[in-house]
Design a protein around this ligand. Structure first.
Ligand code: AMP
Length: 139
């Protein structure tokens, strides 16, 4: 199990040290656009409580976290006019985790549209902003 590094990129976003394309924030969570989206509208939900991933998290984190996941999943589905949404969450590098602060992916799906690669290409920031606006309008 890795130890929590407060210099990880999501900790920096939570402290406002680096920017993100935010769609939602409350006392316990923040949601922003994934910079390498697997589909248009791919959004990440990050709890403010620090943990590397699900395995070392305080169980009290999950209630508020999944309340936000549901809220964002509904807004992504309707705001992006998707047919469905996939929720993913990776634990440790061997499982595909690349940022070591717990987070949940909400990825919209449309019939017949394939997912892009995980941690593949960077998206254009204006496009991310446009998708964030659609999701925010649906919140
Ligand atoms: P994983 O740790 O495998 O669940 O994936 C981390 C996700 O964070 C990937 O999908 C990346 O595209 C995404 N990501 C990495 N850096 C940033 C960033 N600065 N802002 C938004 N998303 C990011």
């Amino acid at each position: 199990m890795s130890t929590y590094d407060p210099q990880n990129i999501f900790a920096k976003i939570l402290r406002g040290e680096i920017p993100c394309t935010k769609v939602y924030e409350d006392e316990h969570t923040i949601a922003f656009m994934d910079i390498m989206p697997q589909a248009d509208g791919h959004t990440l939900i990050v709890p403010k409580n620090p943990s590397v991933n699900l395995l070392d998290a305080d169980a009290a984190t999950f209630g508020p976290l999944f309340t936000t996941v549901q809220k964002i999943a509904r807004a992504v589905k309707s705001g992006m006019d998707a047919d469905g949404v996939v929720i993913t969450q990776f634990n440790e590098a061997a499982a595909g985790q690349t940022v070591f602060h717990l987070h949940v992916h909400v990825i919209p799906r449309w019939e017949g549209v394939a997912l892009r690669k995980h941690s593949g290409a960077m998206a254009d920031s204006a496009l991310l902003q446009a998708h964030a606006e659609k999701i925010k309008a649906a919140l």
